[in-house]
Structures are given as structure tokens and as C-alpha cells.
Design a protein around this ligand. Structure first.
Ligand code: FAD
Length: 432
């Protein structure tokens, strides 16, 4: 009999909780990855960099495992179909996976756990993608935090070497099942196309970390770690990264706490997936102009930082955090377009798309989330340029026609838009 180790957003062969426990179970371990058709069928753009990234990473894991005489079994289907099939094909005694905290993932895992239990198979799951799970950082009265600062204080206070210890999976590789799977399905077979994305293995951010606090807000500078997609798919271990950050830079470490804060919010308040965290803002009368949304999406608003950001996103699948805040504020406040439109657009495009971080940050920008900036704080996009891209280096890269006649006039005048937004927000609060 075998133990299956089911890889999901933990695509690496080092410091891996589920793999460690599987390898130490005394059973030969069969590594499994499923290209999940439930998720893939929802992706409209069939040239999706994230699918391309996963495809390249899984191919790499197969190669690594083959040098050890083992392999990664790569399946294509719904997890339920795949497991029902595998349970017939192999004598499976146990399944090991790492926990995931998104509502849809929890439901998926419960389904598979139930199938296993019904068949007399052990289903084990472990903490792996976070330092602290949503239930581990709670207020004294046992309720979840809804404000980041006290959450992060407790998060930092609890951090000790125990939580950062790596799982030494390499020592137990001899327990991997010796087998050879068929060829990796091609992107075409999965219904996707190749993109311009080439996967590079992550590195600890030695270069940026020393100056992170000073440079992270300037999009023209190499000031951030670019590790978000790796954290999303688990190609880097959060324990390894947090241990490094703890030694080097507290500001960076606190960013990792933001990630877990929003995961905790989504876990404890799953309604935020569809609704504002603060109910009072449910009644905002959005203008929701399709034409203006289109101009925003394409980077044609006449506000250079907004346009640069959206063009960067459309071209590369990423955008600097400072610029994300500016474009999100602009869409929701200046154009009075529902934050959920922006959230959905980012979800389609971002390499590092993560439901909890995207939702939490969009709600923050719209002023309706937990721990939100007060609604009356409206970013002035031109002031943001002066502060964070004073030489226009970032902007000129993405908006080369900035000084020419072909560049559009501002889609809306700043102070007019600001007053209009404040009025709409105030009205919603008064009418609640
Ligand atoms: P670094 O500055 O190097 O930070 C290190 C890590 O800390 C990041 O990789 C990320 O895991 C975490 N982190 C940093 N800032 C935040 C934050 N505000 N919220 C949560 N985690 C954070 N981040 C995502 O990972 N996925 C998203 O879908 C996402 N959507 C966003 C939408 C909006 C409107 C905004 C304003 C921010 C969003 N962010 C999202 C947060 C942030 O912009 C990115 O995490 C960051 O830009 C990624 O680049 P980096 O890895 O170089 O970050």
C-alpha cells in the first residue's frame, strides 16, 4: 500500500510539512498533482501565465523526483474524479496534504477527506502555507482580530524558532515510491496556450531587504522582493522566508503578517468574498460607467500613474504595491466604480492573485474593509507621482507618449471627483 502526498499550493520539495509527514509514515509515498478542471474552467484567458507557471514548476518537480527514482503523478480532472480513480488503481492507505484556508478549498478538502474516510483511508492535513493559522492568532476573548496593528503585534509576539523550523524532507527521500508516470500533459492538452512567462526559482531577497523600508514605495526602484507568486504557489517556504526576514528586517516581516491577516479575515468572515466587511458601505451608489471602466482597464485615464500601473499589469501580470493602491483608489473614489469590478479584473490578471490578499486590499482601498483608511482619505494621483515617481522614470516606461498630443486628457477633474466621492460615501453612511 502507498501514501499519497497531494501537492497544491506547496509546489516544492524542501521544507514541506505534508511531504515530511507522508515520508515518515512508513509507507512508500506517491506524490500527486492535479490540474483541477473546476479551477481551470473558470479562467477565461487561455494564455494564462499562472497556469503556465504551474505547468513549468510541476514539470521541474517531476524531473527532480525522477532523479530520485520516483515521479510526480500528474492528473487532469476534478479532485473528486481523480481520487475515486486513484483509490481503485492503487492500494492507498493514507493521504497527506497541507491545509488551505479559502472557502472553496476548504470545501474541496472536506469532500476528499470524506471520500477517504468512507473508504477506510486516513486523511491527514498539516499547517504549511502560513506561520500562524487563522485560529492561532485570536484576541484574549477568543474572537478574531479585525484590525491589523493589534493582530500583527500578537503575531510578532508569538513568533519563536519553533514556528520557523524547517521540515527536513531530504533526509527521508528513500521513502518515495519508485515508479514512472507518463509524460506531463502539455498546456494544449490542458486547454491552455504558452505565454511569455519563464519560471525562475525564487531566491531570498538579499539585495532588497536591507533597504526595504526606504525603497519599497518607489515603483522605479528594485525595492520589493517579487516573491508574491512564489508565496502563492508555495515555490518558496514561508518558514524559510520569515526566518530570514526576522533576522534582517522587521518592516518586511510585518508584510508577511499582512498576508496572514487577510487570510484570517477571509477565513473568519467568508462573507467578505461577496460583501463589504463594513455593512454600512453596502449602499454606496456606484456610478459603474462601462466606458470609464474600460479606460481604467486599458490605462487611458489621463492620470499617468494610474495608466502606467494598468499597462504594467496588462503587459506583465504584476504591479507595484504603491501603484496598486493608487489605481484601486482611483477606480473606486474618482470613478465611483464598485471595488468588486476592480477586484475581479485583478483576479484575472495578477500572477500573485490570492483571494484573501486581493479582496482585503481592494476593500481597504475602497474604504469599506476592516482596518480601512477612513473613507474621506482620497489619494491625489498627481501628488502620488510627486512623492513616489518624481523623475517620472516608472511612468515614462509604461506611458512613453506622456508628453505627446496622443496622451488623453484626464478622464475626470481631481477635486470634482473627490467631492463627488465624499458625497456618495456620506450618503451611504447616512442612509444605513
Ligand atoms: P514585497 O513588498 O516584497 O512583500 C513581501 C510579501 O509580503 C509579498 O510577496 C506578499 O506576500 C506580502 N504582502 C506585502 N504587502 C501585502 C499586502 N498589502 N497584503 C497582503 N500581503 C502583502 N498581494 C497578493 O499576494 N495577491 C493579491 O492578489 C494582491 N492583490 C492586491 C490588490 C490591491 C488593490 C492592492 C493594493 C494590493 C494587493 N496585494 C496582493 C498586496 C501587494 O501589492 C503585493 O503582495 C505585493 O505588491 C507583491 O509584490 P512583492 O512580492 O514584491 O512584495
Amino acid at each position: 500500500s502507498v501514501a499519497i502526498c497531494w501537492f497544491r499550493r506547496d509546489l516544492r520539495l524542501n521544507d514541506h510539512a505534508a511531504l515530511y509527514h507522508a515520508l515518515r509514515s512508513g509507507l512508500p509515498v506517491l506524490p500527486l498533482f492535479i490540474f483541477d478542471t473546476t479551477i481551470l474552467s473558470r479562467l477565461e484567458d487561455k494564455a494564462d501565465r499562472r497556469v503556465d507557471m504551474i505547468h513549468q514548476v510541476v514539470g521541474g518537480l517531476q524531473e527532480q523526483l525522477r532523479t530520485l527514482g520516483s515521479d510526480m503523478l500528474v492528473a487532469h480532472g476534478t479532485p473528486e474524479e481523480v481520487f475515486r480513480h486513484l483509490l481503485q488503481e492503487y492500494n492507498v492507505a493514507a493521504v497527506y496534504a497541507n491545509r488551505d484556508y479559502e472557502p472553496a478549498a476548504i470545501e474541496r478538502d472536506n469532500t476528499i477527506a470524506a471520500i477517504c474516510t468512507a473508504a477506510g483511508i486516513e486523511y491527514h492535513n498539516s499547517k504549511d502555507q502560513v506561520i500562524f493559522e487563522p485560529q492561532e492568532i485570536l484576541k484574549d476573548d477568543g474572537t478574531p482580530y479585525t484590525v491589523y496593528t493589534p493582530y500583527s503585534k500578537r503575531w510578532l509576539a508569538r513568533l519563536n524558532p519553533f514556528f520557523l523550523k524547517a521540515y527536513p524532507v531530504e533526509q527521508y527521500f528513500s521513502a518515495l515510491l519508485q515508479f514512472r508516470d507518463k509524460q506531463l500533459p502539455s498546456l494544449q492538452q490542458l486547454g491552455f496556450r504558452k505565454t511569455d512567462f519563464t519560471y525562475k526559482a525564487p531566491e531570498l531577497p538579499h539585495q532588497v531587504i536591507a533597504r526595504y523600508g526606504e525603497t519599497r514605495d518607489f515603483p522605479a526602484v528594485e525595492g520589493t522582493s517579487h516573491l508574491a507568486p512564489h508565496l502563492r504557489f508555495g515555490t518558496i517556504s514561508i518558514r524559510q522566508l520569515a526566518a530570514f526576514a526576522q533576522k534582517k528586517n522587521l518592516v518586511y516581516l510585518k508584510e508577511l503578517a499582512w498576508r496572514e491577516f487577510f487570510m484570517s479575515i477571509l477565513f473568519h468572515f467568508p462573507r467578505v468574498e461577496q460583501h463589504p466587511f463594513k455593512q454600512a458601505y453596502a449602499g454606496i451608489k456606484w456610478r459603474n460607467s462601462e466606458a470609464e471602466f474600460d479606460a481604467w482597464r486599458k490605462g487611458q485615464t489621463g492620470y499617468p500613474m494610474v495608466d502606467a500601473g494598468m499597462r504594467e499589469l496588462n503587459t506583465t501580470g504584476t504591479m507595484h504595491n504603491r501603484v496598486r493602491m493608487v489605481v484601486a483608489s482611483f477606480l473606486t473614489k474618482h470613478l465611483l466604480i464598485n471595488w468588486q469590478w476592480g477586484e475581479a479584473y485583478f483576479a484575472k490578471k495578477l500572477m500573485d492573485f490570492d483571494l484573501s490578499a486581493n479582496n482585503g486590499n481592494w476593500q481597504w482601498a475602497a474604504g469599506c474593509g476592516c482596518d480601512s483608511a477612513p473613507y474621506f482619505r482620497v489619494f491625489n494621483p498627481s501628488e502620488q507621482v510627486k512623492k513616489f515617481d518624481p523623475d517620472l522614470k516608472y511612468i515614462r516606461k509604461w506611458v512613453p507618449e506622456l508628453d505627446s498630443l496622443s496622451y488623453p486628457q484626464p478622464i475626470v477633474e481631481h477635486s470634482f471627483a473627490r467631492d463627488r466621492a465624499l458625497k456618495a460615501y456620506k450618503e451611504a453612511l447616512n442612509n444605513q
